[in-house]
Design a protein around this ligand. Sequence first.
Ligand code: CTP
Length: 396
Amino acid sequence: MKDKCIVVGITGGIAAFKICSLVSSLKKKGNEVHVLMTKEAQEFITPLTLQTLSGTRVITDMFSVDYEPDVHHISLAKKADVFVIAPATANIIAKIAHGIADDMLTSTFLACQAEKLIVPAMNTGMLENPVTQDNIEACRRYGIHVLDSASGYLACGDTGKGRMPEPSVIQDAIEAIASKDRYLTGKKVLVTAGPTQEALDPVRYITNHSSGKMGYELARAARNAGAEVTLVAGKTALADPVGIEVVPIVSAADLAEAVLGRSESQDVIIMAAAVADYTPVTVVDQKIKKSEGEFSVPLKRTTDVLKALGERKKTGQILIGFAMETQNLIENAGKKLASKNADYIVANSIADAGAGFGVDTNKVTILSKDGEKSLGLLSKEETAEKILEFCVKKES
Ligand code: CTP
C-alpha cells in the first residue's frame, strides 16, 4: 500500500503512544498521513511528535486561526482513502455511534465518506459493558470497520480483553480496506505458507528454512483484492494477517489434509509452502538416545499435494505452484508445470541475491503454458501483488 491518504485520529488512551510507530510506518511506505488528536490524546502524547513523524500539521483544534483558509474537517474528510481512529476510547465510540460532532476529530469522521476503521482500546469492564458493545455494533451497522481488541495485560493492572492490537496489525487492517481494485470479490483463494516439521521423536524434527513471508504476502494480496482467503500455515514467526482464516499445520500430512479437504470450493490455490518430500517411517515415543557409530533414519515419501491438486483440478480453478531451485531454474520449473498439471509455476533460484528464504525481497519468473515472465527484484509484498495480477487478474 502506497500513495494513499490515511487520516489517523488519536483519542485519549494510554495506547496512544504506540500510534507513533503506525504513523511512521505508513509514511515510510509512501503514504500521505494526517493526524487528528482529541484534547485528551494530547495528555498522553504531544502533537509535535506526530507532526514530526507524519510531516503534516497535526490538527487538534476546530477554531484555531492559524490554519489555512479551508474548512479542515471537510477537506481532510474528502481527501482520505482510509480514516482510522486508534486507540478508540469508549467515549469516542459512543459519540460516533450517535453522530456527535463536538470536536475536530468527530466532525471530520462524521463528514468522511471514505473507508473507516476504529480500534477499540479500553479496560475490559468498559469494553464488555453492553452499552459499549451496542455502540460498537451500531458502528458496524453504519459500515465502519472494527478491529477486535487483543487480550493481555492492561495499563490499569487488569488482564483481559481491551488491549490495542500492535501497530503492525492495525496497518494490516488499514491495507485490507484501502485497496480500491477488488478484482477478487466473491472468489475463494487458498494459500499455503511456511515450512513443515516432520517429527523424529518428541524433541526433534526435520524442517527447512522457509520463513513463510512469500505465502503470507500472497494471502494479504488476495485479501486486499477482495477475496475470501484461507491461509494454511506451517510454524512461522509471523503474526496472523487480519481478515484471513488461518489454519495452522505442523507436518506435510497435516498440510495435505487441510488443503485437500478444502480444495473443491476454491477458485484459486497457491502452494507457496515448503513442504517436506520425505518424513520418518516411524516416529518414536521416547527421545532417541545417542550411541557410538553412525545413525540413520529411514524416510518415506509424503503426499505431493500440488500433484494431487493438479489431478483433481476442476474447470476454471487456477492452480499456482512454486519451485525453488539451486540449478537449471527454468528447465526444472518447466518440468514441474507439466508433471503437476499446474497453471503457473513461480520459480526462483536461491543462488540469486535477494531471493528465497528469510529475506524480504524476491526475484521470480512465472512459467505457464504460454511462456515465461520475469518480475525482477521486488519486495515480497510487490512480488505477491504482481503474481496475482499476472496469474489471476487477467483471467477474472
Ligand atoms: N509441494 C507439494 N507437496 C510436497 C512437496 C512440494 O505440494 N510434498 C509443492 C510445493 O508447495 C511447491 C511445489 O510443490 O509449490 C514444488 O515444490 P518443490 O519442493 O520445489 O518441488 P518438488 O515437486 O518437491 O520436486 P523436487 O524436490 O524434486 O525439486
